[in-house]
Design a binder for this molecule. Structure first.
Ligand SMILES: C[S@@+](CC[C@H](N)C(=O)[O-])C[C@H]1O[C@@H](n2cnc3c(N)ncnc32)[C@H](O)[C@@H]1O
Length: 360
C-alpha cells in the first residue's frame, strides 16, 4: 500500500476529491432546481420580496420544515440571496434564469427532464456494451418537454426579432408568403413563433418523436395558429420537390442517426433561391480545443451520453455525432458534400448555439 501511494501527489488527490464533491454538489443542486421549478418556488419568489420560510410555506401551501431546508440549500448554492433574520429573496437577475419563462436566459425549464435523464442510466451500461443507443423517445414525454422548455426562450425572444432579420432576404419572403419547413421541430415552438409573426406564410414541422409531435400539436392548439402543420417525418418525409423558400434545423442534426440523409433531403426540398438556417451546438473543432476552450464541455459530454449521442447511435449504423459533434468545420463539410455552395456563420450571442446560413 505504502509503495502504491509513494508516487501519488496527495495534494493533487485531495484536490481531485474536492472536485468530485463539487461535481456531486452540482448534481444535487440541479435536483433542487428541478423541485424549485416543479413546485413553483422561483415563480412565487419572482417579485423579489424577501420572505421567511414560514411565509413562503403558507403562501404555497407547503410544509415549512421542507421549505426552509430547500431555501437554505439554494442560498448556500448562491442561487437565492439570504437577507438575514431568516429572510430569503430571488434577485431580478436570478429570476431571469430561474423564474421567467419568457426571458432569453431562462434555464430552469430544462430541468424538468432531469429525472427521466437520470433514469436512463439504468439502460446505458447495455449501450456501452452493444454500441446501440436509445431513441430520443426513450426519455419519455418529460424528455421532450425538457428540451422544448430549454430551447424555447430563444425562439420566443430572439428568433423573429434578432435572428431572422440577419438572414439575407428571408424576412421579406416570409412577410410576402413563403413555404417553410422546420426539420427536427421538437415541440414546435420555433415554427409556431414564426407562424404567429408571418401569417401569410405556411409552416411545416417535421419530427420523428411521438412525444415531441404530441407536444407540438398541443402547443399549436394553445397558440391558436392555423398556418402550421406538423408531420411525422417517418410517414410523411419532407417532399423532394424544391418547393420550400426557407428551411430551419434547430439543435437537431447532431442528434440524428443519419444527418447526412436529412441534409440531402433538405437540399432537394429547398428552392434554388431558398435559405437553410442551421442552429447547432457551439462546439470547438477538436476534442483538444473543447478541453481547453469550452467550459461547457463536461456538461455537453454528459448530455451527449444521456441523450444526443445515444439518439445518434440508436440505429445500428448511426453516425453518432453527439452534442459536440457538429462544430463549424463538420457543418461546412457535410453541407458542401450535399451540394450547398453558400455557407455563412452568424453569432446571435447565444451561449449554446452557433448559427449558419446555407444556400444551394
Ligand atoms: C434536441 S431536439 C430539438 C427540437 C427542436 N428543434 C427544438 O429546438 O426544440 C432534436 C429533435 O430532432 C428530432 N429528430 C431526430 N432525428 C430526426 C429525423 N431523422 N428527422 C426529423 N427529426 C429528427 C428528435 O426527435 C428531436 O425532436
Amino acid at each position: 500500500m505504502a509503495e502504491a501511494t509513494s508516487n501519488v501527489d496527495m495534494a493533487k488527490a485531495q484536490k481531485t476529491a474536492e472536485q468530485v464533491f463539487g461535481v456531486l454538489g452540482g448534481a444535487l443542486v440541479s435536483a433542487m432546481i428541478y423541485l424549485g421549478d416543479r413546485l413553483g418556488f422561483y415563480r412565487t419568489m419572482q417579485s423579489g420580496e424577501p420572505v421567511t420560510s414560514d411565509e413562503l410555506a403558507r403562501k404555497m401551501g407547503l410544509h415549512e420544515r421542507w421549505v426552509r431546508e430547500w431555501l437554505q440549500g439554494q442560498a448556500s448554492a448562491g442561487l437565492i440571496d439570504y437577507k438575514g433574520e431568516g429572510r430569503f429573496a430571488l434577485s431580478p437577475e436570478a429570476a431571469m434564469v430561474l423564474a421567467n419563462e419568457n426571458s432569453p436566459l431562462f434555464l430552469a425549464g430544462g430541468f424538468c427532464a432531469l429525472p427521466a435523464q437520470m433514469a436512463i442510466l439504468e439502460r446505458l451500461p447495455e449501450s456501452f456494451r452493444t454500441g446501440l443507443g436509445l431513441p430520443y423517445d426513450a426519455l419519455g414525454p418529460e424528455g421532450a418537454r425538457g428540451v422544448e422548455r430549454l430551447l424555447a426562450p430563444f425562439y420566443r425572444t430572439q428568433l423573429v426579432p434578432v435572428a431572422l432579420p440577419k438572414l439575407d432576404g428571408v424576412v421579406s419572403k416570409l412577410k410576402a408568403g413563403a413555404k417553410v419547413a422546420d426539420v427536427g421541430c421538437g415541440g414546435g415552438i420555433a415554427a409556431i413563433e414564426m407562424a404567429k409573426a408571418f401569417p401569410q406564410s405556411a409552416f411545416h414541422g417535421y419530427d420523428i418523436s411521438r412525444h415531441a409531435l404530441e407536444r407540438a400539436g398541443e402547443n399549436r392548439a394553445k397558440a391558436g395558429v392555423t398556418n402550421v402543420t406538423f408531420h411525422d417525418a417517418r410517414a410523411e418525409p419532407i417532399p423532394a420537390d424544391a418547393s420550400f423558400d426557407f428551411i430551419s434545423t434547430f439543435d437537431c442534426l447532431h442528434d440524428m442517426a443519419h444527418p447526412e440523409v436529412v441534409i440531402a433531403a433538405i437540399r432537394k426540398a429547398l428552392k434554388p433561391q431558398g435559405t437553410w438556417m442551421i442552429a447547432d451546438v457551439h462546439g470547438q473543432p477538436s476534442f483538444e480545443q473543447n478541453l481547453t476552450d469550452n467550459p461547457l464541455a463536461p456538461m455537453m459530454y454528459g448530455f451527449s451520453v444521456l441523450c444526443c449521442m445515444s439518439s445518434a447511435m440508436s440505429e445500428p449504423d448511426g453516425l453518432g455525432l453527439g452534442t459536440l459533434g457538429f462544430p463549424e468545420p463538420v457543418a461546412r463539410r457535410m453541407v458542401t458534400e450535399a451540394g450547398f455552395t453558400h455557407f455563412k456563420s452568424h453569432d446571435f450571442d447565444n451561449p449554446i448555439n452557433a448559427y449558419y446560413e446555407v444556400r444551394p
